[in-house]
Design a binder for this molecule. Sequence first.
Ligand code: SF4
Ligand code: SF4
Length: 281
Amino acid sequence: MEVIVSAKTVDEAVALGAKQLGKLLSEVTYEVLEEGKKGFLGMMSKEASVKVIAKETIQDKIVDFLNSLVNDMGVQASAKVVKIGELPIDVGCVVSNSSTIAEIGKYLKTGMPLIERCITVDGNIVKEPKNVIAPIGTPLEDVFEFCGGFTDEPKKVLYGGPMMGITVPYLTVPVLKNTNAILAFSRNEAKVPKATACIKCNACANACPFGINPIVAAKALKTEDLAGLEKSGIELCMSCGCCSFACPAKRPIVQNNKIAKETLEVYAPIAHRPLWHRHRR
Ligand code: SF4
Ligand code: SF4
């Protein structure tokens, strides 16, 4: 992307060009086509002319790659960038998994709303791990029973997968409309490893798909540094668990991230209010 812009000075023209391209100054390069002339008393003056070129970013490369991919597939689609703080709907998109799309298709075709879910039932003590279709509301114990029951006493049962799953308190809890998996583990598998001191190896940050450094967020949380929490980018954390999985010290990073994110959600809007408003609370 490039534009040719004229202004009184080269600097002004570059700033104008960057604005027209929707980029920061650090994200453009430029080529001076003509130096401006001040002239005398406004006479014989000449504007500077500059070609401003947007630098190619990793984001641009990804967008190009995705666009060529869908083009090769013969699909009428184009990649869009969702900026930090935005949702896909802000750029006119809805992101859904294949099950949801299939259910919407079924509803449009038959009028039947979502009444059952396809669930993966697994874990080291499930006798016959398998995928099952279960009506929403079915108690988990019935689903496990359908899969042959347990080989050992369950010590941990999860709604969801091993990375992002949430522990359920009882086996009588039901299949929900968003349940995609249920897992059951024995005492040995459920044991939480003992956390040791952080060795600053950076494995957690390297593992994060968003480039978040959980150590920065943890420090900001510990020191109650709200601005630091905002800067850490922890609001983007999707609790995928990659950082915890990569940590050799077995630190509870995801748990910490969740607290950090909630702290930010609750306190940042209060901190950003005008002082008089904060005092009235
Ligand atoms: S849990 Fe959050 S911080 Fe950790 S890797 Fe996933 S997105 Fe990054
Ligand atoms: S991976 Fe674990 S030990 Fe390494 S820096 Fe992160 S928290 Fe510390």
